[in-house]
Ligand binder design. Sequence first.
Ligand code: PRP
Ligand code: ZN
Length: 300
Amino acid sequence: METSEQRVKIAVQKTGRLTEHSQDLLERCGLKLTRSKDRLFCYGENMPVDLLLVRDDDIPGLVSDDVCDLGIVGLNVVEEKRLELQSVGRNAEFRQVFALDFGHCRLSLAAPDSTKYQGIQSLNNSKIATSYVYLLNRFLKSNSIQAETVFFSGAVEIAPKLGKADFICDLVSTGATLEANGMRELDVLLESEAVIIQTRAPLSNAKQALVDRLLQRLDGVLQVRESKYIMLHAPRSALAEIRSLLPGSESPTVIPLEGSTDRVAVHAVCRENVFWETLENLKAAGASSLLVLPVEKMLA
Ligand code: PRP
Ligand code: ZN
């Protein structure tokens, strides 16, 4: 039986917009998870991998301090932590492995609909409420704006109503929160999505091998999402045009058709979604018997 040191620990958000997607992604990598009674852990049943369920803001710190080997968290939280550590002369001891293509949002400046705004100069001598003090201050500094930042740990959108700030700097995803509070988005500071980060601390060989395997599977899961397997019949003479119409495909497999000298079967993995228009264009180019299949797993 392995000790807990030998198990890979992944920090994920306990409750929030990334929670479901994070666990779903790991399950697609073949991990079978059971929640602990206290709901603070998920145990991997079939691999020595455990999830720690924590507040998203704590994730970069847990990975940087080597409490967890990996973490899944928004780039906004990662960048804020990086700047916070920098401000006290420390380096972030984690590296971003790759973006996960979910949890898309942006860190934006916003203001009540009635507020006049003529570009970022309008921020001069104002008060701006935010939970992202470091990212906001970097933005203000790089634009030579003099403004006061007011820290709010949550519910930033009520700051103007309370008379605590003129502007806010907060995450916007659908824009529903801003709209519900009579505010509009003014400028984007950072585009964000969920990313996976890894500690810089060296791992044992066995652990590193498992992390590499997980990351490779993760990469496969991400690639498969948009990928389709497409099969069609076509005249040999139309092959060049057909290849040019296949979205994001590498060299397709071309197979002769029994009893036909001219027509061939073409099979290809398309790494982008295949739309009806694409199929209609392929048909117009001479293709027939078109089939589009989902791809379940992929290993590069
Ligand atoms: C963010 C942000 C807003 C809301 C915006 O909070 O603070 O309240 O989401 O989303 P919308 O544009 O879709 O309405 P989040 O739920 O991520 O929580 P947190 O910042 O406290 O972690
Ligand atoms: Zn949070």
